[in-house]
Design a protein around this ligand. Structure first.
Ligand code: HPA
Ligand code: ZN
Length: 339
């Protein structure tokens, strides 16, 4: 009873991932393979040289490399292979449910059709459900550094795929691109039946989190770390139990926190916030789900009870049905009792 190590405890628990950019799972080895078959050049001579470039001082330095990497994705099969590689990887980590972002504008702006992108991603997700037992939701994210017209155009292209897309999100360069810039796009998305989420309070101020709640009517905040600057906002997030999809290794690599020992996730839990652990862009930030959990567990000396709470939160915060959520939570209670 209660004897297994924290590493094994984390590895074996069934988990859900709610904040994951599929383009951020592009491992250098696969990038070189796909670049070669598409006759595309990569700016780095080798996998090792590319990996050495993964040193970021802020969000924008990361985004520049992340968008450059995505340039070699051309064919539907490329998007399939990218998504399938992620699913097989997290399957090994006992991830059983994923809600993943894709950034259509990163591809459509290069002349790749929306259909090519979504067909490849969705086919892999569907195979993942059948063959690996991983359930999923797909979230289409707008690039906030682009204009409103481009977002509206993207939403229009998504309408024939409503059955495949559960919600819309907002990512890319946060500072200077507040949620209010996309108020009308999100209103239309809500009207069309999409759920809404938004990255807010990663580098941007707590005011952007208020905007995401009030103007974009989001059901979840991606990141949200900066809510801690505003007590009234914390109270509101706790009261409404708005989930925050926190990404510890991303925060470390993008200098949102100086060290995992300073990561606010334990403080957030103690305040009653519904926080979850996620990997964001695992190929770039040095770890998938288990590495994120283990990183904070070790740095903050978290107990198994706290880990279980975080894992339960990830199912509570998901878009699974109440029945599916309750079944998972019962499973987690049993797991905790035996480990
Ligand atoms: N923040 C904003 N945009 C992003 C991120 C992120 O963490 N990852 C991929 N696009
Ligand atoms: Zn993100």
């Amino acid at each position: 009873m209660n004897t297994i190590s924290i590493e094994k405890f984390i590895e074996d628990i069934p988990k859900a991932e709610l904040h994951l950019h599929i383009e951020g799972t592009f491992e250098p080895e696969l990038m070189f393979t796909i670049a070669k078959r598409n006759n595309k050049k990569i700016d780095y001579a080798s996998v090792e040289a590319l990996k050495r470039a993964y040193q970021f001082n802020n969000l924008q330095e990361f985004l520049d490399i992340y968008y450059a990497g995505a340039n070699v994705l051309i064919e539907e099969q490329d998007f399939y292979d990218l998504t399938w590689a992620y699913l097989t990887k997290v399957h090994e980590q006992n991830v059983v449910h994923v809600e993943i972002f894709f950034d259509p504008q990163t591809h459509t702006d290069r002349g790749i059709s929306f259909e090519t992108v979504i067909n490849g991603i969705y086919r892999a997700l569907d195979d993942g459900q059948q063959q690996l037992g991983i359930s999923f939701k797909l979230i289409m994210s707008f690039l906030r550094h682009l204009d409103e017209a481009s977002a509206f155009n993207t939403l229009e292209q998504a309408l024939p795929y409503k059955e495949w897309i559960s919600g819309v999100g907002l990512d890319s360069s946060e500072i200077g691109n507040p949620p209010s810039k996309f108020e009308r796009v999100f209103a239309k998305a809500l009207e069309e039946g999409f759920a809404t989420v938004a990255h807010a309070g990663e580098e941007g101020p707590s005011a952007y989190i208020w905007e995401a709640l009030k103007l974009l009517k989001v059901t979840r905040i991606d990141h949200g770390n900066r809510c801690l600057d505003d007590e009234e906002l914390v109270e509101q997030l706790v009261k409404l139990q708005i989930p925050l999809t926190v990404c510890p290794l991303s925060n470390l690599e993008l200098k949102v926190v100086p060290d995992l020992k300073n990561h606010p996730i334990a403080k957030m839990m103690n305040k009653g916030l519904l926080v979850t652990v996620n990997s964001d862009d695992p190929a770039y930030f040095g770890g998938y789900m288990n590495e994120n959990y283990l990183g904070i567990a070790q740095a903050l000396d978290l107990s198994k009870q706290q880990i279980i709470t975080l894992v339960k939160n990830s199912f509570k915060a998901s878009w699974l049905s109440d029945k599916e959520k309750n079944a998972m939570i019962a499973k987690l209670d049993t797991y905790f009792q035996h480990n």
